[in-house]
Design a protein around this ligand. Sequence first.
Ligand SMILES: [Zn+2]
Length: 439
Amino acid sequence: MPYRPGSRLPGERAGKLNHLDVLHSPLVNALVRQFETPNSEQEGTGDGDDELEPKWTPFPEGGEPLRLVFAVDGSLQVVGSEGFPTRELAFVKTALLRVDAVAVERLDPFAPHPMRLKDILSEAALYHATAFPLRNLSLPGESNYNAIRKIIFESIKDESLHGEPMSTLKWLAYEKWSSRRPLSPGFQCPICEEEIEGLPYDAEEGECPHCASHVYLSDMLGFHLEMGEDSAPQSVASSYMLIHETLLLFTGIKHYWESNPRLLNRCLFVKDGPLTLRSQYSKLVIPIRRLFQDALARGITIHMFGQEKSGAFVEHLASIQRFAPSGPIVFAPSEKYIRTNVQSAPLRKEPYGLRTNYGSKLFVKLDDYHHLVLSTPIGEYDANPTLQQYIGITNILATLPQLVSHRHECALVPIVLANGVASLSTYPSAQILRLFAGL
Ligand SMILES: [Zn+2]
C-alpha cells in the first residue's frame, strides 16, 4: 500500500514503473513460479507423485437416503457498556433442529415458502441460551474466574433442557453406553493447578484431592485455561458455544441410543463446521471415537458429518473441483495429500488431527455448482482412511442430493435452517441486550 500524504510531502504514487520493477524482479519471478506449482499438480501435470493427485471416485452404490436429519448450530454476541471502566458480557445461543429430509425435498428449492419452513421447524428444535460476564462484571461474592466456572456448569445443566446436555457430557466422559466404568478424563485443578486424575464414575461435582477445592465435571474440559483472574476473553464464550453444540448433537444420539438404538441407522447428525475439538477441549475426542466404534460393533451405524464453510480445505476444494470429472464424486485425502496440497507444510511427527479430530476429511463434488468439505467419523484414528472406513458413508452420500440448498452456493438446507434458528438475527438488538443487562 502506498504511503499516505503528510503535511509537507505528497503521498507516494504507485506508478506503473513500480509495478514493472516488481514484475522484473528475479526473486518475485522465482516465487511466483513456486506459488503456481501446487495448482499445476492439481491439474494432473505435477511431479508424478501419485499420492498427491486427487483420487475421485463415483458415489458408492446401494445407499439408502436417511430420513431424519438433526442439525446443530450456535451464535455469539458480545455487548459492552459505554463509559469507563467498560463492562462486557457475551450472550451465547445454540440450537438443535430435527428436519424431515422428505419434507425438505418437497420444498421449492429456490424459494421455499416461509410457512412450510415454519411447519418443518415447529416442535423440532431445542434451544439454549446463556450469558457470560467477560470484563468488570461478576456474580455476587465470586471472582470473575469462579463466576464463569459456575455459570458454565449451571448452563450445561440448563433446566429448560431438563439438564440433558449435562447428562450427555456424563454419557461421553464416563462412556456410559458401555460396561466400562472409567474415571472422567484427568484435568488440571482450576484452583491449585495440580493434576486431578479424574472424577469418580458418574460424578458431576467433586473435590480436588490436593487442595480440597470444589470442582465441576465441566472443569475437566478446561475452560479455565483460557481465563485470567479478573476477566475472560471472548474465546471462552466461543469455546462454550462449540462444546454446547457438540453436546446438543450427542444429546440427539443419546436419546435414540437409550430409547430405540436401531432408529439411529436411519438418522443423520449434521454439524456446521468440522468435527474437531481443539487444544484442551479435545479430551472428549477419544470417548467420542470409541462411541462410534462400539456402536458399529453392536450393528448400529451412527451417521454424522460436519460441513466446513471456510478455511484451507474449502479453498483447496474450490481450486481442484474445476478439474475434477462431473459429480457426484468423492475423494478421501491422505495425510500426505493434506499436509502437502492443503496445508503446504512438511509431514510432522504427529499425524494430522490425531488428538483433535473425531471426523476425517472428505471432499465431495455433487455437481458443477455444489462441492462440499465434510468431516465424518471413522471410529479409531487412521491417518489414511479408505472411503469404506467412513462410518455410514454410503447412506450419507445418498442423502446429500436431497439436502442441497439452491439459495446459497454449496449449502445444505439443514445447516441453513440451523443457522437461522441459532443466528444473531433472532436475538434482540445489541441495544436491547445492553439495556436488558443494565450496561
Ligand atoms: Zn486443587
